[in-house]
Design a binder for this molecule. Sequence first.
Ligand code: BGC
Length: 912
Amino acid sequence: MRSFFAAFFLFVTFGLHAQKISLYDLSTDHRTNPIGIGHQAPRLSWKIRGEGRDIMQQAYQIRVSTRADFSKTSLVWESGKINSAESILQPYKGKALGSATRYYWQVKVWDNKNRESAWSPVAFWEMGLLSPDDWKASWIEPVHDTLQKIPAPMLRKEFNTKKKIASVRLYVTSHGFYEVSINGKKAGDEVLTPGWTAYQKRLQYQVYDVTNLIQQGPNAIGAMLGDGWYRGQLGWTINWGVWGKQLGLLCQLQITYADATMEIVGTDNSWKFTNDGPIVMNSIYDGETYDARKEIAGWDKPGFDDSKWKAVNAATYPLDVIVATETVPVQRIQELKPVRIFRTPKGTLVADLGQNMVGWVRLRVRGNAGARVVIKHAEVLDKFGEFYTANLRDADATMTYILKGGNAEEVYEPRFTFFGFRYVSVEGFPGELKPENVIGVVVHSNMTPSGTFECSNLLVNQLQRNIVWGQKGNFVDVPTDCPQRDERLGWTGDAQAFCRTAAFNMNVAPFFVKWLKDLSADQYPDGRVPFVIPDVIRQNSGTSAGWGDVATIAPWTMYQVFGDKKFLEDQYSSMKAYVDYIHKKAGESYIWKGGSVFGDWLYYKPQMESHTEPDGYTNPDMIATMFYAYSSKLLSRTARELGKIEDEAKYEAIFKKVKEVFNQEYVSPSGRIASDSQTAYVLALMFDLLPDGLRPKATQHLVNDIKGRRNHLSTGFLGTPYLCHVLSENGQTSVAFDLLLQESYPSWLFPVKMGATTIWERWDGQRPDSTFQDVGMNSFNHYAYGAIGDWMYRVVAGIEIGAPGYRIIRIQPKPDARLQYAKASYESMYGKISSGWEAKDGAMTVNVMIPANTQAVVILPGADISKVNMNGVRLTTGPVKTFSNQGENAYIEVGSGEYNFTYPVTVPAPSN
Ligand code: BGC
């Protein structure tokens, strides 16, 4: 008997060990192994995987240590076993964290099947400089012209290290762009540093592990400074030096020796500089001119004779505005080789990268000293096949390279500019231009890709690719409207329209953590939100409805997607200030008059004045009032999440009042809304502004308008993001598909059919006859209309949030007979979610993947639960939690795992 029990015990133990759970993808404050954390409570997240279904965490334990071996004396936090299901964003609660110190951490978990994981792989974070006093260096400034577009100054300093080195960190920031090199090698692989912020209030610094660049003995550190956003031209008028006209550098090397002593080498007045380097001109809009004949050999290596260089000035600026970098760095992400090199009819030599991209080309050239290669950038060719740059407006967007000569190949990439282009024209290239001479270097914030979408319509797949490329090109430390013309600004309206889609395609959490802080910093004291963030326009005119609302929409969206309440906590006062501002403007009328400057930007207008078709105009005051209501609602919900009961009630009451007034002022008893435009119906329905009884009527007016336009949309930046959602939520999914699949202008697929590889600013950037829209405003890389992407993920493929952070997932695909299949995946905070459907031979297959520690409800469209097979077997309880028929669909509740459902459907597949 005893041996039976022993055997049984062994079997159970063995069985448990065989069915393991493990942990992966550890992150700290939404980043992997970040260096330079600036606060005392980094938040730790992990993902769980394991065999079997329905895995839920029941407890976790974290340990944090200053050593990777977690030896007892090095531990700074041992959480003990905590009974909790929380696996994301758990704050560090150990001993006070020290400046410039690295902390290693691990976690283990217990699940609902009594299994215990092993300790996870080791992750780490490293603290930055926690207090202004930690900056031992002082700001230094090279003396330079106070004109625009000065040559990039070069600064240098030599120093000696006498002992064996254990590790070295470089902490650095600047006024203007910097590139630091040590002993002839660039520190780190970030570009366009220190990034773009509201500089006088928040200036990011970066931290680099440069241990490998420093040697025992003589060393040299050098830096080049570019005009950048700080002092360069921004905006359309003569607007430069927005934050200052003087370039400057602040950096310190912290050298830790093997004997644990430390030494700091920082910027001070012993540094020297020259203004006579090879970068003779640099400007974000205009490009860069590099005269390789002016290169200074050995300038950033020890032993260089700098006796002719001049002494820098030491300068004083407040150190408390210097902030740790919380976002992901801008880096070179990928390379594109030209797909074609050709001459235009007029003879211009052009290389086609095959993709509208953002970054620059790497030039490889061999030739005589003084030969000048001039590279210009264009997004499109005109209808005659000529290189077209008129839409860049006043941006020269030119890179000029002057050869130093000799036999060696010369390789050059610009440092302090970027371009938006698909085509480059190349002038003065010695010899025959080959693809490898002009490789496209794609540059953007290094956000981890998180989503995929695919379906049976190839044009829609190209649309998805265009959306992703629009995101790449316009997420360069700040979400910009466009990357090519003399603009490239953080337009708030565009960002609010696109942020939900962006969050599907890539992990944008760190990106928005940073940018929303810039927003708070630049918000006016009375609550208005500037048109662009960072605020370079500074007209003191501020908010426009649908633009300023990024203050409420973006934090709310980020909270929903990432389950991170800190977005709400950090932004709460900004959200509130914005809504209070509108409230004050509207006063007792509850109508926000004059609040919309831009209206439903770029809504459809007929091509010819004689055209009988109405345009898509929507009354701006009505738009403003609708956003007033919506932002009040979001603020009320935010207050609820944060436990601010009074505010919750206050802003809910405001919402209700605005809704009431809106109906009196703008809505007829038949559900017709003033302006009678698609956007009017879309916003009213989306923002819950109609009494229930009027919703079907308003929906019908919307549908009638779409049908009256032969299945075309007429919406601008504000209506477009919600158009298909409103239709699919109100029983009109097939009309939404009519719009998605529409190939003629105005539509999402029209640009695709015209060969677009990014999203266009206008529905008709290039008209059906191949002529261009107004040169004054015609970008071919503007992400706003790409906001259809989130409908494709959420409705076509069916990945929807059930509870913030996808802790509860709704899988709710809405198929349409015009597609044979659609599938999407999304890497959530808990792990990968996927949903895909295929309709074939009267049967529907739905494949679903749900990550551990989440729950899902799967809504099978058009399914009768009694006919559903799961993984080939008729569905019964056991593997799923509940299942039932609700209306025309089957509802199934499941835990984590992979599921394959099949069931018969009548053709065509239902879509509502
Ligand atoms: C920008 C937009 C922006 C708009 C506001 C344009 O110049 O490119 O995308 O939202 O101005 O009016």
